[in-house]
Design a protein around this ligand. Structure first.
Ligand code: GLU
Ligand code: ZN
Length: 495
């Protein structure tokens, strides 16, 4: 592509966990920067001291790193730039774009009600009162009475905002602090931003920001980075919002929206960004599995869809599983490491055996969608006794009155073999099943629960082979004992 290298920005407010919608916004900005040799700027919009926390800022930076989208420039912080906002306010005031307003919200509302105006909005009451700069409760921007502001948007097309429907909006609070719209524009101008790519929720603010941009340009404002007068309006792209299954906007409280949550559950950054890329965009070739590099090549802002994008956790999880299965065994083992060590694992560090895990790894890899499922697939190998999933034990071992016969038969048959291989154990278990008049799957269930603690897990015979004869027999024995105790108790209770 031709033209000067773009400067894009990702401008989160550090008021909570890193939202998947923000991650998608960051990605689309990052892609534009990468595909045109541009600069990806990180700007922290931390003017709301009450809602900002330093740890949320750390969260943003680590999440961007994790996703492979570390900024080229920044983080800049709005909280460090107040002097610059003051200069902008001075310039706009001096040029007559601002006026002081002394009204309270209640006063405006009461006047509107008296005039039969139902739509809330400012009635320009103080516009021509000539209040001094310090005499009001806020500074408002004098919007044109006529004309239309057109937002030429890469995603939404030409969106028209008639000035008649636009309030004289507040840009400076009584405290002298600038509101979001102003600080945001001053930054975009000063940081020589060429493309504003952000969520659709900000589209209604855009015409105001265009007015501010033009007003500031007319004051002879000099761009902080690179110098010179204010440039043309940037390219705008407002990205479709993300919705949940009910097609409602993703809720911070009800939906799993924190990127941190996915990272901690063992989603990997590659499938995660792949999935983010599909939220509002799809590659022209229709192939939904792709790398960052491919996205950089194929992405175009103009191809972004304007309808809400369904954030489908099941699809994301499926893609993560596919990605895990596509890894070589060694890469899978390496990726699983954080889930095999540390405080959260159910076994003691000394009991863990890397070589034993490596034997099971290819089977585990076929069966997990996220890495946090790995410990539950192999814990039976590193715990002294079989783990116990209450529900599975009750259902498969206690409620089934024929389970103990199977366990006993398997125990005796396994005890009699010297060839401890998955293939041989398969044959033996088949015989046990036949003798009991059961299908192999049915006969396997109680054995599996006795050995691994759960109904689902890695393939049984490989699991037995890796666990070894001695432990297998001991677990069958101990399951038989506890089933016996339970059934005796049940008889006493019902008798
Ligand atoms: N700080 C704003 C937010 O977190 C985004 C501003 C922008 O991208 O222009 O919603
Ligand atoms: Zn007023």
């Amino acid at each position: 592509m031709s033209g000067p290298a773009p400067r894009v920005r990702f401008a989160p407010s550090p008021t909570g966990y890193f939202h998947v919608g923000s991650a998608r916004t960051a990605l689309f900005n990052w892609l534009v920067a990468r595909q045109m040799g541009g600069t990806f700027v990180l700007r922290i919009e931390d003017t709301d001291a009450e809602r900002n926390r330093e740890e949320w800022l750390d969260g943003i930076i680590t999440a961007l790193d994790w996703l492979g989208m570390a900024p080229d420039e920044g983080p800049y912080r709005q909280s460090m730039r107040t002097a610059r906002y003051d200069e902008a306010i001075d310039a706009l005031w001096a040029a007559g774009h601002l006026y002081a307003c002394g009204c309270t919200g209640d006063e405006v509302q009461a006047r509107n009600a008296a005039n039969g105006i139902k739509t809330p909005g400012y009635d320009n009451h103080c516009r021509d009162l000539g209040l001094g700069r310090g005499e009001g409760r806020a500074l408002r921007f004098r919007t044109p009475d006529e004309g239309t502001v057109v937002v030429d948007d890469q995603v939404r097309g030409q969106v028209e905002f008639p000035c008649s429907a636009m309030d004289d909006f507040v840009v400076v609070k009584g405290s002298g602090a600038p509101l979001f719209a102003l600080a945001n524009v001053v930054d975009d101008i000063d940081m020589a931003i060429t493309h504003i790519i952000r969520g659709e929720d900000l589209l209604p603010t855009t015409p105001k920001q265009i007015l501010l941009w033009r007003a500031l340009a007319a004051t002879g404002w000099q761009v902080a980075m690179g110098g010179g007068p204010v440039g043309d309006l940037p390219v705008f792209a407002h990205l479709p919002m993300l919705v949940n299954e009910a097609r409602k906007k993703l809720s911070k409280r009800k939906d799993p929206v924190a990127v941190e949550l996915y990272r901690d559950q063992g989603y990997l950054p590659e499938p995660f960004v792949n999935y983010l890329g599909l939220l509002g965009w799809s590659p022209p070739d229709g192939n939904e599995t792709f790398t960052m590099d491919h996205m950089v090549e194929a992405f175009a802002l103009g191809d972004v869809n304007n309808s809400p994008a369904f954030f489908d956790v099941a699809k994301l999880t499926h893609m993560n599983g596919e990605y895990l299965r596509s890894l070589g065994s060694e890469a899978f083992i390496a990726a699983a490491q954080p889930w095999l060590h540390g405080d959260a694992v159910p076994w003691s560090e000394e009991a863990f055996d890397e070589a034993v895990f490596a034997r099971m790894a290819p089977l585990v890899q076929e069966r997990v969608a996220i890495l946090s499922e790995v410990p539950g697939m192999v814990d039976f190998l590193f715990l002294d006794e079989a783990p116990m999933d209450e529900a599975d034990w009750t259902k498969v071992l206690i409620a089934d009155t024929e389970a103990d016969a199977i366990l006993q038969a398997a125990h005796d048959a396994y005890a009699g073999t010297t060839e401890w291989t998955a293939a041989r154990l398969h044959e033996i278990t088949l015989q046990v099943a036949e003798t009991a008049g059961k299908k192999l799957g049915k006969a396997q269930a109680p054995i599996r629960v006795a050995i691994t603690g759960r109904k689902v897990g890695p393939p049984l015979f490989e699991a037995l082979e890796v666990l070894g004869k001695e432990k297998t027999l001991a677990r069958l024995k101990s399951a038989l004992d506890s089933v016996g105790v339970h059934q005796a108790e049940d008889r006493t209770e019902s008798g």
